[in-house]
Design a protein around this ligand. Structure first.
Ligand SMILES: [Zn+2]
Length: 364
């Protein structure tokens, strides 16, 4: 390929990435809200729901021209929309320049999955099955079509390696998750001072606010027998008042002393808390399936590396957050973005890393 067509293809890769990024934004908004990705077909403003005409929906350009505001209602459009388009465009370009075209196309699919998973997880602490299970299937199919992904010389061998790596990813995290539950089954949080809290039901879920920290009720309960204890100085359940008590919550009911209330009959609980004990999930189930998808595309070494690099990155970010005083006690921390980070590093630098590492292990 001569130089000018190589440059032309690079431009095409970037523009394609920006356009795909724009589509990924739709998925990031709609998938966790269970709105269909192609219905309504047109993008709409999240604030005023006005449909966005195509000339205001050009990737990268429109956000800049409109200065991050909706053209009909003037509401701010999150920087995330621009950021996702730019990130996807740059990653598409980098993949195009790094890899032979067959692998590049497979990695374009993979990177799209990583981007959606990362941004959904950051906002909602979940990774939808369409992304994780769909991604695992996509990885196995891609490995069959492009056996080089698995360093295999036959399609069948690539397919088997991909499926085994997906299984490995799932099983490893499953062990960590179950082990973590035994090691830190629950987490005690002593509040600095008696802190007001509210629990407000809306539909099947509730907002749970302690001091400044707001969270969704459903985030705390992964299993039926999980319980959350709230040591209160005073509490009010709808119109009933209580003094110093421990509220013992299960996902569907709360017990105070000998009394029990079904949460779907309660509208609001409020009071002042001293201490809470939360059932702690090291990871959500989505992370297991997400790592399976990573394995299906990157193979077993990619699985191990993503866990390693993801844990290192997660610890650094977690420690920094603690140091700058942003208290983190939420039951779930998103792990998906860190796994995705590890996967991207592996994709580009994995071979070099292995080479470098084995120089130390077995110097020749
Ligand atoms: Zn609007």
């Amino acid at each position: 390929m001569d130089i000018s067509s190589y440059t032309l293809f690079s431009v095409v890769a970037f523009v394609l990435g920006a356009a795909i990024g724009s589509f990924l934004n739709v998925g990031i908004y709609r998938l966790p809200r269970e709105i269909s990705v192609n219905k309504p077909r047109r993008s709409f403003c999240p604030a005023c729901h006005a449909p966005i005409p195509w000339q205001q929906n050009l990737p990268l350009v429109s956000w800049l021209v409109l200065r991050g505001r909706c053209a009909s209602c003037g509401a701010k459009i999150a920087f995330r929309y621009f950021g996702v388009e730019l990130l996807t465009a740059l990653l598409f370009l980098a993949i195009w320049r790094f890899f032979p075209w067959q692998i590049a196309i497979a990695y374009w699919v993979f990177i799209s999955i990583l981007v959606v998973a990362t941004f959904v997880d950051l906002e909602h602490f979940i990774i939808p099955d369409q992304i994780t299970i769909g991604g695992t299937l996509a990885g196995i199919i891609a490995s069959f079509l492009v056996p080089e992904l698995m360093n295999a010389d036959s399609r069948l061998a690539a397919l088997i390696r991909s499926a085994l790596a997906a299984t490995l990813g799932y099983v490893i995290l499953w062990i960590v998750l179950e082990g973590g539950k035994i090691a830190f089954g629950k987490k005690r949080v002593e509040l600095d001072a008696p802190t007001p809290f509210t629990w407000t039901r809306h539909g099947d879920d509730a907002d749970f606010v302690v001091g400044e920290e707001r969270s969704l009720w459903s985030e705390y309960f992964a299993r039926e027998k999980d319980r959350l204890l709230l040591h209160c100085d005073e509490a009010k359940i709808d119109n009933r008042s209580f003094g110093v008590e421990v509220l013992e919550f299960h996902y569907n009911r709360v017990r105070v002393g000998a009394e029990e209330f079904a949460l779907d009959t309660v509208d609001q609980i409020s009071g002042v808390a001293r201490e809470l004990e939360i059932p702690r999930e090291a990871m959500g189930r989505g992370d297991l399936k997400f790592l399976a998808a990573i394995g299906a595309f990157l193979g077993w070494r990619g699985v191990l590396f993503s866990i390693f690099a993801g844990s290192v990155a997660g610890s650094i970010v977690g420690l920094t957050a603690l140091l700058i005083g942003k208290r983190v006690w939420s039951a779930k921390l998103p792990f998906g973005p860190y796994l995705a980070f590890g996967a991207v590093i592996w994709m580009f630098f994995g071979e070099k890393f292995v080479h470098w590492y084995f120089q130390f292990v077995s110097p020749v």
